[in-house]
Write a protein that binds this ligand. Structure first.
Ligand SMILES: [Cu+2]
Length: 332
């Protein structure tokens, strides 16, 4: 009985620490999650950058190819061609160089060409563009992990319905020497794994790497937009409606984004931090949350997963009625 009290007390401490889910969460009481240190320049904007951020998803690489490999060359050629025509006209057909203007008003061949060529260019652009749109909205495969993203004024919450339905509240870290933005949240730079200011949060959205994830996006108050440039992801978060899109991160890492729909006074202070971890580490992170369950397993099976506490928990369960341990937990 005494032992079951200890177990109950221990698990309630765990539950409380992860429920507060904030600055002190780095105390790895469950021993299984330390936030990843982001790599500078990856998954975040870079100083002086003018192109797209480096992409870490299949769709992103495809989109980047359409932008850099198809659209930009076509735009460049067209722009230079038009500039060349303008220069030729200005030099050769000005009043001094060409005092008697031509009276030509029709040229069938020329008109056919300047109609057909742009049509062909547009078709050439449309084929990969429509293909990309279709791929972007391909539904997630059956059995894909679902994560629910909710935009709030002015923070994000991430729900994990397949992992025991716990919720992570994600607030931007405060800025040293500046007025407090989020009460009770630590300052950026106070932990070794903190990323850039204005982008780092207290609790990141942790996802498994290399597998399609069904993101269901909604909002609790006004329209927000969930956008992570390096993962080629942007989808509006609309109250009363669920928007869905697949997220697939190719490489473990931390990827930052921001709310991308004007949503009120602190719109600029609700960043997004996605941390992609290999499956075993993701599962370990899940188990640090009260009620966290590895997806595809029943709650009981998941409880037995961590090797050591399993035996104790079973023993405790057989010794003490559930109501008793709950009472002990409450007392604690
Ligand atoms: Cu917003």
């Amino acid at each position: 009985m005494a032992r079951s009290l200890v177990v109950a007390a221990f698990s309630s401490t765990l539950a409380v620490s992860s429920a507060i889910a904030a600055p002190a969460a780095e105390a790895t009481s469950a021993g299984s999650y330390t936030p990843m240190k982001p790599t500078p320049g990856i998954g975040m904007p870079v100083e002086g950058g003018i192109g797209l951020q480096q992409q870490y998803s299949k769709l992103g690489e495809y989109g980047e190819w359409i932008h850099d490999g198809v659209l930009m060359p076509i735009i460049t050629v067209i722009t230079l061609f038009v500039l060349l025509l303008l220069v030729i006209i200005a030099v050769r057909y000005n009043r001094r160089a060409n005092p008697v203007a031509s009276k030509t008003s029709h040229n069938t061949i020329l008109e056919v060409v300047w109609t057909l060529v742009p049509v062909l260019i547009l078709i050439g652009i449309a084929v990969p563009s429509i293909d990309l749109i279709a791929k972007q909205y391909k539904p997630a495969p059956k059995g894909a992990l679902t994560i629910k993203v909710t935009g709030n004024q002015w923070f994000w919450t991430y729900g994990y319905p397949d992992n025991g339905d716990f919720e992570v509240v994600s607030n931007m870290l405060n800025l040293p020497g500046q007025p407090t933005i989020n009460n009770g949240v630590r300052e950026v730079g106070s932990q070794p794994w903190d990323g850039p200011s204005h982008l780092e949060v207290d609790n990141r959205m942790v996802v498994p790497v290399g597998e399609p994830i069904r993101l269901q996006i909604t909002a609790a108050d006004v329209i927000h937009s969930f956008a992570v440039p390096s993962l080629w992801f942007k989808l509006d978060a609309v109250p009363g409606r669920i928007n869905e899109k697949v997220l697939l991160v190719e490489k473990p890492g931390v990827y930052y984004g921001q709310c991308s729909e004007l949503c009120g006074a602190k719109h600029g202070y609700m960043p997004i931090a996605v941390e992609a971890l290999p499956r075993p580490q993701y599962d370990a992170w899940v188990l640090t949350h009260a009620g966290g369950v590895i997806d595809g397993q029943k709650p009981a099976a998941a409880a037995a997963a961590p090797a050591a506490p399993a035996a104790v928990a079973t023993e405790a369960a057989s010794e003490a009625p559930a109501a008793d341990s709950t009472a002990a937990a409450t007392a604690e």
